[in-house]
Design a protein. Structure first.
Length: 191
């Protein structure tokens, strides 16, 4: 089952354009990718030129020498409904909407908003009135902090409890090794 999301860009105060993204709309995938790879206005505008997505990834276009399609996607490359699945430009074009309309959509779980200040915000659909727009960066950082380690840049996906424990153990071991190294260096430099 897909976690559907919308990616919006603010045009004027209270006016938005949206793209649909069918898969992996949760914070630790689409949210983190948007934050890490689509935080400049030009990149967001390029994403919107390509239309609705099946799958968001860090790279928009495959290498010219590589075959890329919905059935055979290149690693880390977006899959667009138009380019990669043959849908018409009209059917996959960005659409105008309000946040209140999105908040009532029963098929969408997350809405990501690139605002006029070039900052990513988001809300979980159905919670806009209660929670308002939240900072994507702060929410991701707090999520990972709650798991016991900082957000890893470049890692995107849904993490099981077992994976979270593995990441935490690796982080704890890394910090332990760093502390021991610093203690050894301090001891050596005393003399």
């Amino acid at each position: 089952m897909a976690t559907r999301s919308l990616i919006l860009r603010e045009k004027e105060e209270g006016e938005y354009e949206a793209l649909y993204c069918h898969s992996d709309g949760y914070l630790t995938h689409n949210g983190a990718i948007l934050l890490d790879h689509y935080s400049e206005r030009e990149r967001v505008d390029e994403l919107f030129k390509r239309g609705d997505l099946s799958y968001l990834a860090p790279i928009m276009d495959p290498e010219k020498t590589k075959y890329h399609s919905y059935e055979n996607p290149c690693s880390n490359v977006c899959v667009f409904y138009g380019r990669d699945r043959g849908y018409s430009a009209e059917d996959t074009a960005p659409f105008k909407c309000t946040l209140e309309e999105i908040d009532r959509d029963p098929l969408i779980e997350y809405a990501y908003i690139f605002d006029k200040n070039n900052t990513w915000k988001y809300f979980e659909v159905g919670d806009l009135k209660k929670d308002g727009l939240k900072s994507l960066e702060t929410s991701l950082d707090n999520l990972f902090k709650g798991w016991g380690f900082p957000r890893p840049i470049g890692m995107y996906g849904w993490y099981s409890n077992k994976e979270i424990e593995l990441f935490k153990t690796r982080y704890d071991n890394f910090n332990k090794d760093q502390t021991q190294d610093q203690e050894q260096i301090a001891e050596i430099t005393k003399t």
